[in-house]
Design a protein around this ligand. Structure first.
Ligand code: ADP
Ligand code: MG
Length: 321
């Protein structure tokens, strides 16, 4: 539930399977950032260094939330862009511009299954608002909020929107980006073994006491139970998008927060998608994209495990068991 001002604590999609007792050389800390509980685990590092590094990483992740959020009263360049005059180019900070370029590339590669211009539609559904919704918007309101698939233009280092329905929402990618920046900061402090887990969006580095980290992928229909248990080490970003976290039931039907940009309704093909990618940013964006549906070709760097709406599992993570 990235960016919600009054967020509820997320149940983690991906579980960090740590043994019950932590060694004295392991530090756990958590902060509420980006509408979710962000858990930091640093192992085999001096405690003071780990504490300083985690504090700095958390501040950086909070700064990223503030720069990208579409919620709350605090102004930022994304909110300004979203009310800019149609066809009137505006400048965006380098960081926002770069993440937008990446988001648009994923949009193009995924055949518009990932779309970073759905703010109007996302706000209409209101999954990140407080109180959360308990009924879907009208069909007409939904159709009216869907932007054309190509409506963001890059014009001489500036950006313009070609339609007023076109409003940026980085909710499907910025959490991953924030995790990457957080890991950069831990590394800068000399930390070699750590995990940042933001409600199931995770990047790990190194090992856990000379052994691979043990990561469990949550079963989308059995809370508390693990679908698959993975041993991972080195530098791995692993992110899950699921239909079971932010949803409501209306007249017996479940409505959740990942929307199909083609019809404006919650995507129905999958229960969950777990992606491993070269960065948490790409894993985040592609888990959202693939949740909506799989394009004919997926970049080779993107590996995924899908659980379809009928419960059928396809495991392309290519992890040696
Ligand atoms: P979470 O943030 O819960 O981990 P995701 O990474 O899948 O889940 O992102 C879902 C968020 O992304 C939504 O809350 C919304 O802000 C935004 N979003 C919803 N549908 C799409 C989509 N098709 N493409 C891009 N962003 C989307
Ligand atoms: Mg995502």
């Amino acid at each position: 539930m990235f960016f919600s001002m009054l967020g509820r604590i997320c149940a983690t999609y991906i579980l960090l399977l740590l043994t019950a007792c932590s060694s004295p050389k392991e530090l756990h800390d958590s902060r509420f950032i980006m509408g979710t509980l962000v858990e930091f685990t640093v192992s085999d590092t001096d405690r003071t260094i780990a504490e300083q590094a985690i504090a700095e990483a958390a501040n950086e992740m909070q700064r990223i939330e503030d720069s990208f959020t579409i919620y709350g009263d605090h102004p930022n360049s994304v909110k300004l862009f979203n009310i800019s005059a149609v066809d009137h180019p505006v400048s965006l900070p380098d960081e926002v511009s770069k993440l937008l370029e990446t988001a648009l590339a994923v949009q193009q590669q995924s055949g518009n299954r990932f779309n970073p211009a759905l703010a109007r539609l996302n706000l209409l559904w209101g999954f990140s608002l407080d109180p959360p919704p308990n009924a879907p918007p009208s069909d007409l309101a939904i159709r009216t909020a869907i932007p054309p698939s190509e409506c963001i233009k890059h014009i001489a280092k500036q950006w313009a929107r070609s339609d007023r329905r076109c409003q940026l929402d980085f909710g499907g990618i910025a959490k991953g980006y924030a995790i990457d920046r957080g890991i950069d900061i831990l590394k800068k402090h000399g930390i070699a073994n750590a995990i940042i887990n933001a409600g199931g969006d995770m990047r790990l580095i190194g090992q856990h006491h000379q052994q691979p980290w043990k990561i469990g992928i949550r079963h989308p229909r059995k809370a508390g139970s693990v679908l698959s248990s993975l041993s991972l080490q080195g530098d791995v970003s692993i992110v899950t998008s699921g239909d079971y976290e932010r949803f409501f039931i209306y007249q017996g039907k479940q409505y959740h927060h990942i929307l199909d940009p083609k019809n404006g309704y919650p995507a129905r093909k999958n229960q969950s998608i777990t992606v491993i990618a070269p960065s948490a940013m790409l894993a985040d964006a592609w888990s959202t994209a693939l949740f909506v549906g799989s394009p004919a070709t997926v970049p080779s760097a993107i590996r995924f495990l899908s659980v379809s709406s009928s419960g059928h599992i396809v495991d392309n993570l290519r992890i040696k068991k």
